[in-house]
Design a protein around this ligand. Structure first.
Ligand code: SAM
Length: 276
């Protein structure tokens, strides 16, 4: 059996009794960083052989782990923090184990994305986890465009030195939505900054971002026109544009939602700017 085990994301108490038991019972632990893992295991007085499993040896090591599991060895897999496989090694091993019909299971526990989402106060009904956004602004904006109209909270991991540029691109592509930046979760100096993307960007432009961050952004919400008179329709078009739609997209969407033809909406919005 292969056990993918969640480990703490900062607070060493955030590990389950089951994970501790399995870590002390297995023949071998495959860890993203063996030195980090040794510190964790020493803390719980667990002494077990360790091998590395990181992004540079994942393919070869996966084959080896499957071989050991087929020989009857019990193997636990841990990453540096949180759930293996979530922006961490482990996913490829799970896929390979399933394909090779090797028994694999997950021992749940700490995860920064879900902790940040619940703490943000934004809707947890539906969410999209985007991992780390691309480093280059043009690619980052493309990735954000693709989720602009998702009616789900958006969750991203971000490094402190890219936080402000990521927030700036988010506001440009998604509109100035409600959001939260949660840092150093589960640690005693955990902090969550809430507000619009613009407000959070302004905060971190004067206070240097430090530590590990999760960014959570409100999902897309269609503003339903209250009526079909000119004021309602113009307001609905402007709301859509404010959320990042082009004028053409906004007219199309408002026409669909209001029951008016595109031309009727177009006529009412004629003198609105093409760009906000
Ligand atoms: N596997 C982990 C999980 O389940 O959350 C994520 C690993 S990923 C390589 C590391 C990123 O997760 C960090 O750069 C940060 O964005 C986020 N992260 C991890 N721990 C965090 C914490 N305590 N507070 C805020 N974000 C955290």
């Amino acid at each position: 059996m292969i056990y993918l085990c969640a480990t703490p994301i900062g607070n060493l108490e955030d590990i389950t009794l089951r994970v501790l038991r399995i870590l002390s019972e297995v023949d071998l632990v495959a860890a993203e960083d063996t030195r980090q893992a040794r510190k964790l295991l020493n803390h719980y007085e667990i002494h077990v052989p360790l091998v590395s499993l990181h992004q540079h040896n994942e393919a070869a090591r996966t084959e080896q782990i499957l071989g050991w599991a087929a020989e009857g060895k019990q193997i636990a897999v841990i990453s540096d923090a949180g759930m293996p496989g979530i922006s961490d090694p482990g996913g490829r091993l799970a896929a390979a184990a399933n394909a090779a019909e090797v028994d694999i299971t997950v021992l749940p526990g700490a995860n920064a994305a879900l902790t940040g989402l619940v703490l943000s106060g934004l809707s947890c009904d539906a969410f999209f986890f985007g991992g780390f956004l691309p480093r280059k602004s043009t690619e980052r904006k493309k990735a954000l465009e693709a989720v602009r109209s998702l009616k789900a909270s958006l969750i991203y991991y971000e490094a402190p030195h890219r936080l402000v540029s990521a927030l700036t691109d988010m506001a440009a592509v998604l509109g100035d939505r409600q959001a939260a930046a949660a840092r150093e979760l589960t640690k005693w100096y955990e902090e969550t900054i809430r507000g619009t993307l613009g407000e959070i960007t302004a905060h971190f432009s004067t206070t240097a971002p430090k530590g590990e961050f999760v960014i959570i952004v409100d999902g897309y919400t269609e503003s339903v026109p209250e009526g079909t008179d000119e004021t309602d329709i113009r307001r609905a078009v402007l709301d859509e544009m404010d959320a990042g739609a082009s004028k053409k997209q906004a007219i199309k969407s408002v026409a669909r939602r209001s029951g008016l033809s595109k031309n009727e909406v177009y006529q009412k919005a004629l003198d609105l700017p093409t760009d906000l």
